[in-house]
Design a protein around this ligand. Structure first.
Ligand code: FEO
Length: 400
């Protein structure tokens, strides 16, 4: 994809990735893609801000070379060390050895261990400025958004915030790179939430800290390293990130995520009865079969909704394994302080409830009720299940 000017002499020079199957080797993006946004500022001093994953290297270097001889680059500003933003670094360094690499002290240490690069590298202090001539950049350390070494770069003249992972999202470009040019903004917002729940959620307190730290800046363009460049509504993605980060400390939306698994259809039968009860209250409900839905898609619902209804059979006196994996990820992503209820079938002895309780104990989830049935649910069981769902959802609806 060819370079795009976002301000005079400031261009997007990134890579549009539609071939990677799994982001971080975990999260499916085969159907939506992702971008590695990189930016070039051509001033008396020339700077590249964030790079790209090691793919389409020729295309990436060509993007730079169209605007300026690559050997003339003065600075490589690395907001983040993760290889989706630095994969081309060794190649770029070989082509352009005089370019000084700038980053936080932690990034400088990481450069050595990841790439063996120690020469012509400079640490930047929190709040430090760099004059290119017409344009001035300022660096703000933003640790753990997403790794310990992360920072953001602010361009003062046009108020452009190069925020790297912060305010980013999945989704390859469909031609347009700007929020005001893209007819399917909802797609990018949905994929931003999925990206948040998959990648950023664990670091929500750091996200809030970074947003507060940047609140004094006049930000007119948010230029992250994944997804849309926000020039019409830069405040929209910042406020969404603030809202999503706030869900970490409570006050998520009054909705229910129903996660279930079923070996022979009995827990599924009960799931339908429970879902009828939930939906009769008007509370928003999303349902996932955890054996089939990738957790990448389940996590956004769990992140944003206050209620979790778990339907899982006992599996060899334990919890249905795909459910255990989802709960493990809830721990990893710090999905805390939800209300939950549980139902499920067992064949000869239970066990799923006990193991679920063990899994959610560190998450500080509040149990609102549970019931088990043996084998196939009777009509009486199903009626009980519907009422069980209704009561749980009513409790969510009436939460303060
Ligand atoms: Fe887009 Fe944390 O790397």
């Amino acid at each position: 994809m060819k370079d795009v000017e976002i301000a005079r002499n400031v261009s997007w020079i990134g890579v549009n990735d539609r071939t990677t199957d799994l982001f971080e080797g975990v999260w499916p993006i085969h159907d939506v893609g992702v971008t590695y946004n990189s930016y070039l500022i051509v001033d008396r001093k020339k700077a590249v801000i964030d790079l790209s994953k090691a793919m389409k290297t020729d295309e990436y270097l060509g993007q730079i070379g169209r605007s300026v001889p690559i050997q003339d680059i003065d600075y490589l500003i690395l907001n983040h060390m993760e290889p989706d933003h630095t994969g081309v670094l060794k190649t770029l360094r070989a082509v352009s050895p005089r370019a000084t690499i700038l980053g936080t002290p932690k990034l400088v240490a990481m450069l050595k261990s990841w790439y063996g690069i120690t020469e012509n590298v400079r640490e930047v202090a929190d709040g430090e400025s760099l004059e290119l001539e017409e344009r001035t950049l300022r660096f703000f350390h933003a640790p753990f958004v997403h790794w310990p070494e992360t920072m953001v770069t602010y361009e003062e003249k046009d108020g452009i915030l190069f925020s790297c992972d912060a305010f980013g999202g999945y989704g390859a470009f469909r031609g347009a790179i700007f929020d005001d040019q893209c007819p399917d903004k909802e797609f990018y917002l949905r994929e931003s939430l999925r990206y948040y729940a998959n990648i950023v959620a664990k670091f929500s307190s750091n996200v809030l800290r970074a947003i507060d730290k940047l609140s004094g800046l006049s930000i007119r363009v948010v230029a992250p390293s994944h997804g849309l460049v926000w020039r019409k509504e830069p405040g929209l993605i910042v406020e969404l990130y603030r809202r999503w980060a706030g869900y970490a400390s409570g006050a998520p939306e009054k909705g229910v995520t129903l996660v279930y698994g079923s070996m022979y259809g009995n827990t599924e039968k009960m799931m339908n009865a429970v879902a009828q009860g939930i939906s009769s209250t008007g509370v928003e409900l999303e349902i996932f079969d955890v054996a089939r839905a990738h957790p990448s898609y389940v996590l956004p619902s769990l992140w944003t909704r206050a209620g979790v209804m778990i339907g899982a059979p006992t599996y060899e006196t334990n919890l249905f394994p795909p459910m255990e994996y989802v709960l493990h990820l809830c721990g990893l992503k710090k999905i805390h302080s939800r209300r939950y209820a549980m139902f499920g079938s067992y064949g000869w002895s239970g066990g799923a409830f006990k193991h679920t309780a063990e899994n959610v104990e560190p998450l500080h989830w509040q149990l609102d009720g549970s019931f088990e049935f043996v084998g196939a649910p009777s009509d009486e069981d199903l009626a009980k299940g519907e009422e069980f769902g209704r009561a749980f959802a009513t409790g969510i609806k009436e939460m303060h």
